[in-house]
Design a protein around this ligand. Structure first.
Ligand code: G6P
Length: 470
């Protein structure tokens, strides 16, 4: 058995004084620890010139290897192609998508550089697991350098159908790049059907009876398995965190400041896919259409600043600032602020306590691969007095969380109706809905997700074995 080698653009190298990593990083670290594995990716630093140097550290039984990126390439790769082109495209936002050939080239160069830096660190028996849209072509680049190891890919964001993906000038090349993997995993059934549709319409490739397609990359023939692996959280761990945090000073301060009002909570990166302006409008509609909630409810929105180098993110910040100001201006009393808007990151354990204190978790993205906040909100609840999750029908999490109240985030009036319903929901119904969702979360943890993906990947025949059987 070889090691597991995880590759992602961001690497959660433990640093002294920094908050503990999130559930996904914890699950990957557990897998890496048990296989004596390696985590490879970008250091978060840029270099002015010269080639990349690989820096290695060992911490907590895991090897980490990172490289700095060339300053110019990093811009084109990260702010340009990854987050200015692919991110809006994969979230169905063609109107926000930008395309610049130079950025596409920088994206390719960075993926090649990742492959070149990783190859010498790989043993013949290693299994490589590459994550997310920043690194789609990396396996093709590794294959071009002769890598024969099993390589899997997991896309954390949605996979749209070809009618959307075909807007990308490089669509065909990007889809062909996926054929360099032995296993391509997506979050949901709907993403899987998007992926299959892209192969069919974009490349004329149709799945075999087992759900795989065949192709050739860099002279190597292989069968690529395609499957859905919905990601979970460390359910028990998060529940414990929330239970402890509920007695912590931050949650106590929050509760003291609320009086006997109910709390609605939302927390995410400040990203246009999260539907934050729509959510504020939905809350505004609650106050307008159901005046019995005036001065009885507070909406706390934590929006951690993100990707500030991309103009659409800066525009969104301005829009939210003004919306929050408008709602407060229209409805506030001298002793009540309806919207508490915090445009910065809040520590994970503090958030866990806030989730537990909140009667409603409002998670309404316009599109989302899975959405772990929805799962964490549920895990954080007090089993004796659980809150209600309001969830967008466009989050991957909606496929399995049937105890949530589902909304279309574009419909502010409908969101107001669901908010009113959640705020008035009797304990019996809250418990019933929560218990069903919690069972699902205890079954589908982040650890199980990682194990299932890796088991499927490790069972894939290597190309030579495959040839013998075909
Ligand atoms: C999403 C993506 C991740 C990304 C994260 C933070 O969850 O799926 O790949 O790392 O956002 O975004 P950032 O651009 O800061 O890495």
């Amino acid at each position: 058995m070889g090691r597991v080698v995880v590759v992602s653009n961001r690497v959660a190298v433990p640093r002294r004084g920094e908050p503990a990593a999130g559930g996904l990083a914890v699950a990957l670290k557990d897998v890496l620890k048990s296989s004596g594995g390696l985590w490879f990716g970008w250091s978060g630093e840029t270099r002015k010139d010269g080639g990349p140097e690989t820096r290695r550290v060992r911490a907590g039984g895991i090897d980490y290897a990172t490289i700095d990126l060339n300053e110019q390439d990093q811009k084109g790769f990260y702010a340009g192609y990854s987050n200015g082109t692919l991110w809006p495209l994969f979230h169905f936002r063609l109107g926000l998508m930008e395309y610049d050939r130079k950025d596409a080239e920088a994206y390719r160069r960075v993926n090649r550089e990742f492959a070149q830096a990783l190859l010498p660190l790989l043993g013949p028996q290693d299994t490589v697991w590459i994550h997310d849209y920043q690194l789609i072509p990396m396996a093709a680049e590794l294959r071009a350098l002769g890598a024969k190891q099993r390589i899997g890919f997991f896309l954390h964001i949605p996979f749209p159908p070809f009618a959307v993906v075909s807007a990308l000038p490089d669509a065909e090349r990007l889809l062909r790049d996926l054929l360099a993997y032995d296993l391509v995993g997506v979050q949901t059934k709907s993403d899987l059907s998007g992926l299959l549709n892209c192969f069919a319409e974009g490349l004329g490739l149709f799945p075999d009876a087992m759900g795989g397609v065949r192709g050739e990359v860099a002279g190597q023939q292989r069968r690529t398995q395609l499957s859905a692996h919905p990601i979970g959280i460390d359910t028990r761990g998060f529940a414990t965190l929330a239970r402890k945090a509920a007695y912590g000073p931050e949650t106590q301060r929050l509760l003291n400041s609320m009086g006997d009002r109910s709390l609605i909570v939302g927390a995410e990166r400040l990203d246009y896919t999260k539907g934050l302006p729509h959510r504020m409008r939905g809350f505004g509609a609650l106050l307008a259409n159901f005046p019995e909630h005036l001065n009885r409810v507070t909406y706390l929105q934590v929006a951690a600043r993100s990707r500030n180098e991309v103009a659409t993110y800066r525009d969104l910040k301005r829009e939210l600032d003004s919306l929050a100001g408008r709602i407060n201006g229209d409805y506030a009393e001298f002793d009540w602020t309806p919207v508490r808007y915090v445009a910065r990151a809040v520590a994970r354990d503090t958030l866990a306590g806030f989730y537990r204190a909140a009667r409603v978790g409002l998670v309404t993205p316009l599109r989302d691969g899975m959405n772990l906040v929805a799962k964490e909100y549920v895990a954080a609840q007090d089993p004796e007095d659980p809150g209600v999750l309001i969830l967008s029908q466009f989050a991957g999490a909606a496929e399995a969380m049937d105890g949530a109240l589902l909304v279309n985030p574009l419909d502010a009036e409908a969101m107001a109706v669901q908010l009113d319903r959640a705020l008035k929901m009797p304990l019996g119904e809250r418990k019933e809905r929560w218990e069903g969702m919690m069972r699902g979360l205890e079954d589908q943890t982040a650890m199980r997700w990682a194990e299932n993906f890796l088991t499927e990947l490790e069972e894939m025949p290597l190309p030579e074995q495959d040839m013998m059987w075909s």
